[in-house]
Design a protein around this ligand. Structure first.
Ligand code: ADP
Length: 273
């Protein structure tokens, strides 16, 4: 009767639709692979000559024999700074491409959360003092080991810290705290900076996304740092999140499972693929 004909037509239509969607998915996947390969090749090809440009500029800037005319010094400084910015962008792009292709290697070992904080604070100390911002740390008094890739976690901490510095006003305070929450460890980075408007979470953790992308924006950046951070923390079975209030400040925090048995190598978990 009428109903079974309709049912049959509907089924046919649905099969057609599913086939179209599948084809579309396959095309998208192929295009993404081409994009990823392209990004990787271009980034590598850009990075190598740029490294040599940066090296040469640093040598000229150091000017050991005092040959550099005074009127050229600021320009060499500008060139060197911008070459460094370009290098940071390319490094972010390469990291992102590697993570997304599943090619970023993680070496999991017991890592002390306090040590991570000290290392990151040290690596951003020059930037902090240039901005006139005081960074204080509140380390955890107990055993606070996690299973992690030390270099990648320092990268994450440095990213959170440099954001806290970048979005602070001169004279603002930045506080980094490590605490244990029974089976978890939390590291938080607190600032008294510009804050983040409500509803911007997807934007903040997205790719190439910045809350203020206008030309009037005072600080530079790629909008990739927190996306990379989120992916690195994800590979550690950890979480990253923040609380923030516009004009008051932000606290970014990351949480991991705690390594409880003293953190011998046997306690190191293999990463989830
Ligand atoms: P970038 O810092 O290169 O712009 P990120 O991915 O690290 O990229 O950050 C994305 C955006 O999130 C920033 O552009 C900024 O708008 C917002 N953001 C991140 N950290 C802070 C912070 N501590 N205070 C205020 N805004 C922040």
């Amino acid at each position: 009767g009428d109903i079974s004909v309709k049912f049959y037509v509907n089924q046919q239509e649905r099969l057609e639709q599913m086939k179209l969607i599948q084809e579309e998915n396959e095309r998208t996947k192929a295009a993404l692979e081409v994009k990823s390969q392209f990004l990787s090749t271009v980034s590598h090809e850009l990075r190598t000559p740029l490294t040599s440009i940066i090296g040469s500029l640093e040598l000229i800037k150091a000017d050991p024999r005092g040959l550099l005319p005074d009127n050229l010094k600021p320009m060499i400084g500008i060139a060197a700074r911008n070459a460094q910015r370009l290098a940071a962008l390319i490094d972010d792009l390469l990291d992102l491409q590697k993570i997304e292709a599943g090619e970023m290697a993680f070496h999991f070992k017991p890592v002390d959360a306090n040590d991570l904080v000290y290392e990151a604070v040290e690596s951003t100390a020059g930037y902090a003092s240039k901005l006139g911002i005081h960074v204080t740390t509140a380390p955890c008094g107990e055993d606070c080991q996690i299973a992690g890739d030390r270099n990648r976690l320092v990268q994450v901490m440095s990213n959170l810290l440099s954001n806290a510095l970048k979005f602070s006003d001169k004279g603002g305070a930045v506080k980094v705290r490590v605490e244990t929450l029974s089976t978890r460890i939390r590291i938080s980075v607190h600032d008294e900076g510009v804050g983040i408007p409500r509803g911007a979470k997807d934007c903040v953790f997205g790719k190439f996304s910045q809350v203020d992308s206008s030309d009037a924006r005072k600080v530079g950046g790629t909008g990739l740092g927190l996306n990379i951070t989120k992916q690195i923390i994800g590979r550690h079975n950890g979480t990253v999140d923040y609380v923030s209030e516009l004009g008051v400040g932000s606290t970014f925090y990351i949480e991991f499972d705690r390594l409880t048995d003293g953190g011998g190598p046997s306690a190191v978990l293999e990463p989830l693929a």
